[in-house]
Design a protein around this ligand. Structure first.
Ligand code: ZN
Ligand code: ZN
Ligand code: ZN
Length: 391
């Protein structure tokens, strides 16, 4: 994730989540291009916002931004009006909020700060995807293959989601044909930590949930439609024809097999090839997002100075950090940078008395799976097949 900068005299740093500039006080947000967090001027006479350089283009805060401050989305009224022309009741929603089908029950005011955490994680997950050459469309744009979200719960926010709410069906976090459900309980630190301890996991975050479930979605988008890619995928992740319910039952009764760390990124990944793919996909996203963040702060200058290729910038011609989203950067380069950075990250955390930021080991087997995902995203699986044939 890059950081951004206000154009006021203090040139203050703006973060992806910023909603106003701490120096000039102007509203800050991101428009439907979902690329740039920037300041907006407010025109009292029209009641609309505009960017200083384009005073004639009118923006309005996303309804979820204006009413609940759960996003920092700004909506271009000129283009948005064309879409929602005849519907007076239609909400004005930003790029990220248009993926939502169900938001938490807002009659319960305690849900709002938790929903905000959900949206923050969701927007970050979407931002990384937006830069990659993968489809990212909501169900209005693509009824058959679009992506959508439900943020719901079957439990009571007032006791950290311990008691079951009456007349509520059980809510499972998961993915079903492009529709992702995340239980609001996962946004509650107490509830999530309890689950994490009960499951013996060393990492459980909202962002991780989003990236994992999105992994399932992209399996359907990138792999399933092509029999040849699907066959190749099975060589890396195993045969996904394996009965899912039986695998689930086996996993919860017996746990992960011995020495699973040699071939899987997490214990949960051992459950079924679909879960192995989703877990590995989530790690790929964590890795490239974090590398971009580090590069943004020139944090890795110390890491890679010794072996910096003078032609790197020429070769890629990409803004700081963007090379990790490019097909021209090999998975080997990405993982080499990541190994150095993750050691620094973990050491920084230990200095603060915190658990390791990245408590995982990337064995050769896991690296190969990450490589497969890298090639799947950049649609280079053919070259991977060639490599395999020649090796
Ligand atoms: Zn400012
Ligand atoms: Zn929004
Ligand atoms: Zn899963």
């Amino acid at each position: 994730m890059k950081t951004f900068q206000c154009n006021c005299k203090d040139k203050l740093i703006l973060f992806f989540e910023s909603s106003h500039c701490l120096s000039c006080g102007r509203a800050v947000g991101i428009d439907d291009n979902f690329d740039q967090v920037e300041p907006y001027e407010f025109d009292e006479s029209t009641g609309f916002y505009y960017k200083k350089a384009y005073p004639k283009v009118h923006y309005q805060k996303c309804d979820n931004n204006a009413k609940y401050q759960v996003c920092n989305g700004m909506v271009n009224i000129n283009t948005h009006a064309l879409v929602e022309e005849d519907d007076d009741d239609a909400e004005v929603l930003c790029f990220a909020c248009r993926f939502n089908v169900t938001v938490p029950n807002l009659n319960i005011k305690e849900h709002i700060p938790l929903w905000r955490k959900m949206e923050t994680a969701k927007r970050r997950a979407l931002y990384t995807l937006k830069v990659l050459p993968v489809p990212l469309r909501n169900t209005t744009q693509d009824a058959d293959n679009g992506l959508s979200f439900d943020f719901i719960t079957d439990r009571d926010v007032n006791d950290h989601f311990t008691s079951q709410l009456p007349y509520h069906e059980t809510v499972f976090t998961g993915h079903d044909c492009g529709h992702i459900t995340i239980n609001l309980a996962e946004a509650d630190d107490v509830a999530r930590s309890q689950t994490q301890l009960a499951m013996g996991e060393n990492y459980r975050t909202l962002l991780g949930h989003f990236r994992h479930e999105l992994g399932h979605y992209y399996f359907d988008q990138l792999i399933t439609p092509s029999p040849s890619k699907h066959e190749l995928c099975k060589q890396y992740f195993g045969d996904d024809a394996l009965d899912y319910q039986a695998a689930l039952k086996h996993h919860y009764e017996n746990g992960a097999p011995a020495n699973w760390e040699q071939t899987f990124i997490s214990s949960y990944a051992t459950m079924h090839p679909f879960e192995d793919w989703a877990e590995t996909w989530a790690h790929y996203m964590h890795i490239i997002d974090t590398l971009e963040t580090a590069k943004n702060f020139e944090f890795n200058a110390a890491i890679s100075d010794a072996e910096k290729d003078e032609n790197d910038t020429e070769k890629l011609c990409l803004p700081q950090g963007r090379q990790y989203f490019s097909s021209q950067t090999s998975i080997t380069e990405i993982l080499e940078e990541w190994m150095k950075l993750s050691v620094i990250l973990n050491s920084l955390n230990r200095s603060m008395g915190l658990p390791d930021a990245y408590p995982f080991v990337l064995t050769d087997a896991v690296r190969k799976k990450l490589g497969f995902i890298h090639h799947a995203i950049h649609n280079h699986l053919d070259s991977l097949a060639d490599l395999e044939d020649n090796s």
